[in-house]
Ligand binder design. Structure first.
Ligand code: HEC
Length: 234
């Protein structure tokens, strides 16, 4: 009995360690209807992320339509592997090679904004959370995802951060963007990944408005009908 109890305790404490200390996430105030932000996010994603991360459940054509980007521009600027516009946003990198290079294969990111808890805030904080750590293979670590296998791919934009003794991040070397510009860039990528995870969301909202208007009209008619039926009863 004692053995079982200590086993349970041991497993419990292991689970607590595995969950890790929860870091505070920064709030991402994305604007799902802001086309400029979504378009910029798509551009940044293709340029900085799609070397490693596919979006297998998203098609170029759908993205072009939803984000109101002309097909020709998508074909010329946003298609990296020379696919047809009707195809999914796949990548050329082999998963096995990638696992060897990075220790873990870069996952597909189509659904990441939905799969991660507080996905939008998590993504935003993750992309802002890289800091210098010489003990890591790529010289960087991450506050939100400790010991991540991903290099800081936007370091030339953001610059170099270090972790201070109180656990905060400090920019010690600025990249080509100001901190405000980098925040906006990261917000746009986050906005884009939020859209990709649920491309129907804006449609649903539109449909919702029609449904409410319909219900309102129906209510009006029902009320008139009720008055008609009851007018002789009194
Ligand atoms: C050079 C390849 C490479 C590039 C480019 C890259 N990543 Fe990664 N990324 C990785 C690897 C490898 C992992 C897996 C890390 C692990 O599991 O330790 C990863 C993990 C992630 C994760 C965590 C996924 C999860 O839920 O586990 C997110 C989110 C992510 N990357 C976003 C991005 C974004 C956004 C960009 C573009 C700004 C980007 N990555 C560019 C290699 C890359």
């Amino acid at each position: 009995m004692k053995k079982i109890l200590s086993l349970i305790l041991a497993v419990g404490s292991f689970a607590a360690v595995a969950a890790g200390p929860s870091v505070e996430l920064e709030k991402a105030n994305i604007q799902p209807d802001n086309l400029v932000s979504l378009q910029n996010g798509a551009k940044l994603y293709v340029n900085y992320c799609m070397g490693c991360h596919s979006l297998e459940f998203q098609r170029y054509e759908r993205m072009a339509k939803d984000l109101e980007i002309p097909n020709e521009i998508v074909i010329q600027n946003l298609m990296v592997t020379g696919d047809k516009i009707g195809e999914q946003m796949k990548i050329a990198m082999d998963k096995k090679d990638a696992a060897e290079w990075f220790g873990a294969a870069p996952p597909d990111l189509t659904l990441v904004a939905r799969v991660r808890k507080n996905g939008v805030d998590w993504l935003y904080s993750y992309l802002k959370g890289f800091y210098r750590d010489e003990t890591r293979p790529y010289g960087v670590n991450n506050t939100v995802f400790p010991n991540v296998g991903m290099p800081h791919v936007m370091e030339n934009l953001q610059g170099v951060q270090v972790k201070t003794d109180d656990g905060k991040l400090e920019l010690v070397e600025q990249g080509s963007m100001t901190p405000e510009e980098y925040d906006q860039a990261v917000l746009d990528i986050t906005n884009f990944l939020h859209y990709v995870a649920e491309p129907m969301k804006s449609d649903r909202r539109e449909i919702g408005v029609y449904v409410l208007m319909f219900l309102l009209v129906l209510f009006g008619l029902a009320y008139l009908l009720k008055k008609e039926y009851w007018k002789d009863v009194h």
